[in-house]
Design a protein around this ligand. Structure first.
Ligand code: CJB
Length: 805
C-alpha cells in the first residue's frame, strides 16, 4: 500500500464510520478509523495463520499468564506490518499527525509490572520469530489502578480502560466454554467399572473469549492473544435473580489484583486463576480434537507454559479433562500433562510463593482438589524410597493445610526455569534445592529479554534513524548486529549525533514534565531514572538517601562544580503495602522541598511521575542517562527496565543482581557503575548475623546526617512517616542492608558525575551500552524457550537470524 492508497482508504473509512468530513474528526475518531482500517488489513493474515497451523498440524505453544501488559498497539501493529512510514506520511498529507492520533488509544494496564510486560514482549517475539504461539489470560474490566498523588500520597482510582471500547479485540461468543465452581462431586462407577465424577449444585460460569491479533514483524504471521471474560450462561439468568448474585459472576474478571509479589490468599483471586486456566485448557482440548490425532501425540502438538504459579491449576485441570471427559487412565493423563506443561519462576521472595488453604480449594474446586491430593499421594509414595522421608516431605504439595503451588508446578511439569543466571542459580542451590536434587534435568535458565521493536524502534525513532544510518538496518531482525556499533566508539561524529538524539529525547520528556507537573528541568542535566514497582527490596529509599546526601552537600558547598541532576521516579505501590506508600510520600515531599529551594542553583531536581506505565516508560527510557538498578543482591529475579534503558544508551548504576549481572558481563566493567554487596556477601552477612545498622548510623557521619534529616523536621510534612522510615533503618535493623551499601553507592554516583563532565567519554559509554544490548532481545530469549523447552521449530517465515555466540 502506498501513501496515496492509504489516504484514500483512510478518508473512505472515516466517512463510512462517521458520515461527516474527516477533517472534523476528533482525535478519538481519527484513532478509531485508523485502528479499524489496520485491523481490516491484517484480518486475512490472521485467519490464514490460524488455518495454516491447523492444516499443518503445527506444534503450538499457549502462554498462560494472569497478566499481559501490551501498551498501546497502534504503532506496534503499524511497525510490524511495515506501514509505519506510509501511514505517518499519509496522515501528514491529510493534515493529521500520527503521534497525535496515537494519543486516542487507551493503554491497557492488564498487568502489574515486569511479569506482565514480559508476557507482552514474548507475544511480540513469538509472532516475530514465526512461531505458532498464543497468549491465554483474563480480560479485566478494570486494569491496574490509576495512580494520583494528593498531598504527596498515592491515591488509587479505577482504570476503566474499556470505556470507549477496544478496536483491537474480537468477541468470539461461539468459542465460549463453561467453567464450574463449587458444589460437590461424587465418583460413580460406569458400566465398565470405571469411576466417573458426577457434579452436583455447581455454579456454572460462561467464559467468553476476546481475541486480539499479535502481528509478527514483517513476516505475515498473526497469532492470537485470547483473554477470557466471565458471564452468566445463556438460559441460566434465572439462577441469578438479584444484583448481588449477578455481581458474583461479573466480579470474576472485574479487577486485576494490584499486588506485585505480595499476595493475600483471597477467594476471588483463586476463582480468577481457575477461571482462565480452565477456559484455556478446555479451548485447547477442543482445538486438538479437530486435528484428529491420538491423545499420545498431544505433547508433540501442544505446549502449555505457565507464567509464574498463577496458572498452575492448568495441571490438575488437564488431568481432569483427559481422565474424566476423555477416558484416559491416570498414568496416560499424567505422562501427557507433564510433557505438555512447563513453568517459569519469577521471584524467590517467600511472601510471593503462592499457597492456598486446602479448605478453600476443596470448597471451590472439589474435583480439582481430589486430583491434587492424588498427585501428592503418588509423588510421596514414589519418591520416599528414592530420596528418604525428610527430603520427600519437604517437596510435598500439601503441607500444613496449605497447597504449595510452586511444588505442584514443578512436579506436574517437565521444565522449570528462572529468569536470569543468578536467579536460576539461587533457585537450584537454595530456594528449590530439594527439587533440584530430585529433578536436576528439569531446571534451566532463560534470561529475560525485551522487544527492541517497541523499546527502540517505536519509542526512540531518533536513535533508530541514527543506527540505520551508521550500521545499516540488519539489527532490526538480528539485534546482535548492534555490536557493529562498537567500531564507532571513538568516532566523534557518531558520538556527537548520539548526544543530539539523547538531548532531543530529554527535551521531549522535559516538555512533558513542564506541562503536566509544572516543574522546569534542564535537558542538559543528568537524567537519573528509577522506574519499577515500589518495593522495599528494590530500594528506592537508598536512592532518596543519596538525594538527601547530595542536597546537604550542595547546601554546604553552593559553588561546587558537580553536574546538574534530575532524579526521575516512576512507581506504583500495592494499595495495601503501607511501607511502600510511605516511601512514595517521602519522595514527593523531598521533591517538593528540593524543587522549591532556590539556593541550590537547580543542581538537583526530583520528578516523580504520576501513574507510571508502559506509555510513560516509552517517554522516559529514551531520555535516561543513568539507569538505577539498586535492589539488594539476590532479590531481583531479573529486571527488564535495565535492558530497555541499556538499549537506549543509559549507563547502568547497579548492584550485581538479576540480569544486571549479565549486562555487566556483556558491556564490561568500564561501561557500568557497579556498587554494593554481591549475593555471596549478602548470604555471609545473613548467616553471620553480624549486621548492626544502628552501629553504622552512629559511626558513619554521612549516614548519621542523612538519617537525622528524616526525623529532625528538615523535610516538611514528613513527621509521621519520617520516624517510621527511620525506625525501619535503625531500630529494625535495615532488612535490605541499605546502610551497608550506602558508601559504595555514593561513590558510584561520584564516578558518574566525573564521567559526565567529559561529554565524549560519556557518549562512548552510552554507545557501548547500545552496542551490547542485542543479547537482551526477547527474540533470542524466545528462540531458547522454543528450542529447549517447547521443542518447537520456527516456521519458514522465521525472521530471526541465529544468535551468534
Ligand atoms: N515479578 O513482576 C513480577 N511479579 C511477580 O509477582 C513476581 C516477579 C518480576 O518479573 C519480572 C519478569 O521476569 C522480573 O524481571 C522481575 O525481577 C520480577 O520481580
Amino acid at each position: 500500500m502506498d501513501v496515496n492508497q492509504f489516504k484514500e482508504r483512510y478518508v473512505k473509512k472515516f466517512e463510512e464510520m462517521y458520515a461527516f468530513d474527516y477533517k472534523e474528526g476528533s482525535i478519538r475518531e481519527q484513532f478509531l478509523t485508523l485502528g479499524y482500517l489496520i485491523k481490516n488489513m491484517y484480518a486475512p493474515e490472521w485467519r490464514q495463520t490460524s488455518d495454516t497451523y491447523l492444516e499443518n498440524k503445527s506444534k503450538q505453544v499457549f502462554y498462560f499468564s494472569m497478566e499481559f501488559l501490551p501498551g498501546t498497539m497502534l504503532k506496534s501493529n503499524l511497525l510490524n506490518l511495515g506501514l509505519l512510514d506510509t501511514v505517518s506520511d499519509g496522515l501528514k498529507e491529510l493534515g493529521l499527525n500520527l503521534d497525535e492520533v496515537a494519543t486516542g488509544e487507551m493503554d491497557p494496564a492488564l498487568g502489574n509490572g515486569g511479569l506482565g510486560r514480559l508476557a507482552a514482549c514474548f507475544m511480540d517475539s513469538i509472532a516475530s520469530n514465526g512461531l505458532a504461539g498464543h497468549g491465554n489470560g483474563i480480560r479485566y474490566q478494570y486494569g491496574l489502578f490509576k495512580q494520583k498523588f494528593i498531598d504527596g500520597n498515592q491515591i488509587e482510582l479505577p482504570e476503566n480502560w474499556l470505556r470507549n471500547g477496544n478496536v483491537w479485540e474480537v468477541r468470539r461468543e461461539n468459542k465460549a466454554v463453561t467453567v464450574r465452581f463449587g458444589g460437590h462431586v461424587t465418583l460413580d462407577e460406569d458400566e465398565n467399572g470405571v469411576k466417573r465424577p458426577e457434579y452436583h449444585n455447581t455454579m456454572n460460569i460462561l467464559a467468553v473469549p476476546y481475541d486480539t491479533a499479535q502481528v509478527g514483524y514483517d513476516n505475515g504471521v498473526v497469532n492470537n492473544l485470547r483473554l477470557w471474560s466471565a458471564e452468566i450462561p445463556y438460559g441460566e439468568e434465572y439462577l441469578y435473580p438479584t444484583d448481588e448474585a449477578r455481581d458474583q459472576v461479573k466480579q470474576i474478571t472485574e479487577y486485576l489484583y494490584p499486588d506485585d509479589s505480595n499476595y493475600e490468599g483471597r477467594m476471588l483471586r483463586l476463582k480468577q486463576e481457575y477461571f482462565f486456566s480452565s477456559a484455556g485448557v478446555q479451548s485447547i482440548i477442543r482445538y486438538y480434537k479437530k486435528m484428529d490425532l491420538d491423545w499420545s501425540f498431544f505433547p508433540d502438538k501442544i505446549a502449555m507454559h505457565i507464567n509464574d504459579t498463577h496458572p498452575t491449576l492448568v495441571i490438575p485441570e488437564l488431568m481432569r479433562i483427559l481422565m474424566d471427559e476423555e477416558g484416559l487412565s491416570w498414568e496416560q493423563a499424567w505422562e501427557i500433562t507433564k510433557k505438555t506443561v512447563s513453568y517459569t519462576n519469577h521471584t524467590i521472595l517467600q511472601e510471593a510463593l503462592e499457597r492456598w488453604p486446602v479448605d478453600m480449594i476443596a470448597q471451590l474446586l472439589p474435583r480439582i482438589y481430589q486430583i491434587i491430593v492424588e498427585i501428592n499421594r503418588r509423588h510421596i509414595e514414589k519418591k520416599i524410597p528414592l530420596y528418604g522421608e525428610d527430603l520427600t516431605y519437604r517437596t510435598a504439595i500439601i503441607d500444613h493445610g496449605q497447597i504449595q503451588m510452586a511444588n505442584l508446578a514443578i512436579i506436574g511439569s517437565h521444565s522449570i526455569n528462572g529468569v536470569a543466571k543468578l536467579h536460576t542459580d539461587i533457585l537450584m542451590n537454595q530456594t528449590l534445592h530439594d527439587f533440584y536434587l530430585m529433578y536436576p534435568n528439569k531446571f534451566n535458565n532463560k534470561t529475560n529479554g525485551v522487544t527492541m521493536r517497541r523499546w527502540v524502534q517505536i519509542s526512540n525513532p531518533g536513535l533508530t534513524a541514527l543506527l540505520d544510518d551508521v550500521i545499516g538496518t540488519k539489527w532490526k531482525k538480528a539485534p546482535n548486529e548492534l555490536v557493529v556499533l562498537k567500531a564507532f566508539a571513538n568516532d566523534k561524529d557518531v558520538l556527537k549525533r548520539l548526544d543530539e538524539v539523547k538531548l532531543n529525547n530529554k527535551k521531549k520528556f522535559a516538555k512533558y514534565v513542564q506541562e503536566e507537573m509544572g516543574i522546569t528541568i534542564d535537558p542538559t542535566a543528568i537524567f537519573d531514572v528509577q522506574i519499577k514497582r515500589l518495593h522495599a527490596y528494590k530500594r528506592q529509599l537508598l536512592n532518596v538517601l543519596h538525594i538527601l546526601d547530595r542536597y546537604s552537600f550542595i547546601k554546604e558547598n553552593p559553588n561546587t562544580d558537580i553536574p546538574k541532576r534530575v532524579f526521575i521516579f516512576g512507581a506504583k505501590a500495592a494499595p495495601s503495602y503501607h511501607y511502600a506508600k510511605q516511601i512514595i510520600k517521602l519522595i514527593n515531599e523531598v521533591a517538593n522541598m528540593i524543587n522549591n529551594d532556590d539556593s541550590i542553583n537547580d543542581l538537583i531536581k526530583v520528578v516523580f511521575v504520576e501513574n507510571y506505565g508502559v506509555s510513560l516508560a516509552e517517554l522516559i527510557i529514551p531520555a535516561a542517562d543513568i539507569s538505577e538498578q539498586i535492589s539488594l543482591a539476590g532479590k531481583e529475579a531479573s529486571g527488564t527496565s535495565n535492558m530497555k534503558l541499556m538499549a537506549n544508551g543509559a549507563l547502568t548504576l547497579a548492584t550485581m543482581d538479576g540480569a544486571t549481572v549479565e549486562i555487566h558481563d556483556y558491556v564490561g566493567k568500564d561501561y557500568i557503575y557497579i556498587f554494593g554487596m554481591t549475593n555471596d556477601e549478602v548470604q555471609t552477612l545473613n548467616e553471620n548475623r553480624t549486621y548492626h545498622s544502628r552501629h553504622l548510623y552512629e559511626t558513619n557521619p554521612r549516614i548519621n546526617k542523612v538519617l537525622n534529616m528524616l526525623v529532625d523536621g528538615s523535610i516538611p510534612n514528613t513527621e509521621e512517616i519520617g520516624q517510621d522510615i527511620f525506625d525501619s533503618l535503625v531500630k529494625y535493623n535495615d532488612e535490605y542492608y541499605l546502610l551497608q551499601d550506602f558508601d559504595s553507592y555514593i561513590e558510584a554516583h561520584k564516578r558518574a558525575d566525573t564521567d559526565f563532565k567529559d561529554r565524549m567519554k560519556w557518549n562512548k559509554k552510552a554507545l557501548m551500552n547500545i552496542a551490547n544490548a542485542g543479547p537482551f532481545s526477547a527474540d533470542y530469549t524466545i528462540h531458547r524457550y522454543a528450542d529447549e523447552i517447547w521443542k518447537m521449530k520456527p516456521g519458514e517465515e522465521n525472521i530471526l537470524l541465529q544468535p551468534e555466540a
